[in-house]
Design a protein around this ligand. Structure first.
Ligand code: NAD
Length: 348
């Protein structure tokens, strides 16, 4: 039996990625829509075989309570609305898969974890890369030690965000600029790749002057994290550069280079190493799978088996605390010690 989801918010990620991905998903399906635009919702419902009675406005979202086909919601709204909709979904007994960044403040993130705990519903943050096969292979190779000890991580997530007005340029709706939107992928990757929590950070932020887009939010952030094992991670995110989402892992005896590590598709995996006297670089072929489908099916499995998700609310809450510290470091111009999470942030 597939787990039924109500899709809340019909923007780009829902319409262009998650709804099509549900066509490939094995244990999940869309059974209701919550949208501010009845016309758009009608078209989407028709395309995906969702009953017209299962379309609700934001105000009437609580009507999902009476639809037994809806076991969970997928929240894909502007960041500042994640808390409200998570709390409302929990209050009507629905499990929550919430898009990243989890929230816009550490306080909101903590409140979301608490609300779902109180309501005894599961909360998962949509960290798709943690379900993506190339990133998982990188994690496996770090743990196996086959290239020796991991020493450094370089994680880049830069893109050209265009000039059309959008909620991402609003501090109130987005909570910040490039950092919470795309730098979060670098930050989260340093944590799942090392399997450690960073001890301190040194950050700089910059916004090219004279551009209205960067009035409220930052255009770019560079930050260096240090980990207990001695790994250093250099991360870079920016909203006004040619697309590049590459991660590099430097080990004692080799390097892994992953173009498109944080992209929706097109991941590649190169290993440079020395074999005897010969230094070589080879490409490891890893079968591409729809990471949105893997992600939502994982949550459905957790709901069915009553298991803790691999990326629960605590994982998002820790990143939220770290991002606050990154902004503080940039503002104060000095390294900042990082808060430890109260417990493990990741499930099995
Ligand atoms: P979008 O702008 O395309 O869609 C946002 C949706 O929210 C629209 O349907 C819009 O109508 C609705 N909305 C409701 N209230 C709004 C308001 N006050 N202002 C603006 N829009 C409002 O955004 P998106 O790219 O789909 O992003 C939605 C969420 O998904 C964000 O949290 C974003 O960070 C996340 N996201 C995740 C990924 C990923 O790869 N996991 C990719 C893109 C976006």
């Amino acid at each position: 039996e597939r787990i039924g989801y109500a899709i809340i918010g019909l923007g780009r990620i829902s319409v262009e990625e998650m709804l099509p991905a549900l066509g490939e998903a094995k244990g999940s399906r869309a059974v209701a829509l919550v949208s501010g635009s009845p016309e758009k919702a009608r078209v989407v419902a028709r395309r995906y075989g969702i009953p017209q009675e299962a379309i609700h406005s934001y105000e009437e979202m609580e009507r999902l309570r009476d639809n037994p086909a809806v076991q969970a919601v997928y929240i894909a709204l502007p960041n500042a609305q994640h808390r409200e909709y998570t709390e409302r979904a929990a209050a009507i007994g629905k499990h929550v898969l919430c898009e990243k960044p989890m929230a816009t403040t550490p306080e909101d993130a903590a409140a979301m974890v608490a609300a779902c705990e109180r309501a005894r519903v599961k909360l998962m943050i949509a960290y798709r890369c943690q379900y993506e096969p190339n990133n998982r292979e990188a994690i496996r190779m770090v743990r196996s030690g086959e290239l020796g000890k991991l020493r450094f991580i370089e994680a880049t997530n830069v893109q050209s965000s265009g000039t059309a007005p959008q909620w991402r340029f609003s501090k109130a709706l987005a909570g910040g600029g490039a950092l919470p939107d795309i730098g979060l992928y670098c930050l989260n990757a340093t944590r799942y790749i090392t399997g450690e929590e960073p001890v301190d950070v040194f950050a700089r932020q910059y916004s090219p002057p004279g551009d209205a887009r960067w009035k409220e939010i930052e255009e770019s952030v560079a930050f260096t994290l240090r980990f207990p094992s001695g790994v250093m991670a250099n991360c870079l995110c920016g909203y006004d550069a040619f697309n590049d989402k590459t991660m590099r892992l430097h080990f004692e005896r080799g390097t892994i280079e992953m173009p498109n590590a944080f992209a929706y598709t097109g991941q590649q995996f190169y290993i440079a190493r020395r074999e005897g006297d010969v230094a070589g670089r080879l490409q490891k072929r890893i079968e591409e799978k729809n990471q949105f489908a893997l992600e939502i099916d994982h949550f459905s499995d957790c709901i069915r088996a009553d298991r803790r998700p691999h990326t629960p609310g605590e994982e998002g809450a820790q990143d939220q605390a770290l991002m606050a510290a990154i902004y503080r470091s940039a503002a104060e111009g000095r390294p900042v010690e990082l808060p430890r999470p109260p417990g493990p942030t990741r499930g099995p």
